[in-house]
Structure formats: structure tokens, C-alpha cells
Design a protein. Structure first.
Length: 152
């Protein structure tokens, strides 16, 4: 999200916070998709977090909140992040030297990281105006930026 926000010349800190907070209530809403993100939103409202961040958090789980570029981006970014992390975990060198072409191959392998919603990744093109190649390249760059912190 940080890398994407920067790409669009938007406030990357806001985008990064949305990514950071999006699954904040996961422990408590894992069995309740309707409540997922809504509980997190309550906490974030109580903490006076930027409303655009809260909207983005809600948007990743509830389409009615997908109203602006960031709240659409979180859906595709969440999905591609899952694919990229899975892709890094099966490489000895993790995210170092990761190529768009190899991630696109993983995308087509339905058995690889089956929990990753391919349709959500495909939304980057209509919703963000990014080709699949551009979107994956930005995702790889974003992952590589934080790789030392997360062991990938
Ligand atoms: Fe979620």
C-alpha cells in the first residue's frame, strides 16, 4: 500500500496505515465475515484515526465502502500481498531478485496459495488503471522495501 500510494503521488503514510490496520480485528471476527473490519472501524473511530483510513479498512471487506482510489486499492493490494509473501516463502532468496514473470506464473497455478483471490488481483487494472505487470512490479518493490523487517 505504501508503494502504491507513492506511485499515485498520494500520502503514502495514509495508504500504509490502511494496509497496517485492515485486518486489525481478525482474531475476533475470523468466524464472522459480516463483522470483520466493522469492529476494527469502531476501535479506529474511538482512537480518532483518519476517516479515510477507516473507510479503507471497511472497504477491504465490504464493497459499499470502495468509494475512492485507496479504498479500491486495498482489495487488490491485500490479495497480491498474499501471493507475493507465499511466492517469497518458497524461494531460498525470498523476495530478493523476485521477477514479475515468476509471480504471474504462480498466479496461473490455482493450487499455489489457493486462498489468494485472483479476481481481486485482476481488479487493479479496471480500478487503479495499472496493468497486471505494473501492479505486480509495484507489489514486489513494496515487499522488498520491508523485506528486512519481516524476514522476506
Ligand atoms: Fe480481512
Amino acid at each position: 500500500m505504501r508503494r502504491l500510494g507513492r506511485h499515485f503521488g498520494e500520502d503514502e503514510h495514509t495508504w500504509a496505515l490502511t494496509g497496517l490496520f485492515h485486518d486489525l480485528d481478525q482474531d475476533q471476527t475470523a468466524d464472522d465475515p459480516e463483522q470483520h473490519a466493522r469492529l476494527a472501524a469502531e476501535w479506529l473511530v474511538a482512537s480518532n484515526v483518519d476517516p479515510t483510513v477507516i473507510n479503507g479498512v471497511l472497504a477491504h471487506a465490504h464493497p459499499e465502502f470502495q468509494t475512492d482510489r485507496m479504498s479500491k486499492a486495498i482489495v487488490a493490494a491485500d490479495a497480491v500481498a498474499g501471493l507475493l509473501v507465499a511466492g517469497a516463502l518458497v524461494r531460498p532468496e525470498k523476495s530478493t531478485g523476485m521477477k514479475v514473470s515468476s509471480i504471474k506464473k504462480k498466479l496461473k497455478e490455482k493450487a499455489f496459495a489457493p486462498g489468494v483471490n485472483r479476481d481481486e488481483i485482476a481488479q487493479a487494472e479496471p480500478n487503479l488503471g495499472l496493468s497486471l505487470d505494473e501492479f505486480i512490479a509495484l507489489g514486489i518493490e513494496g515487499l522488498q522495501e520491508v523485506a528486512p523487517d519481516i524476514g522476506l
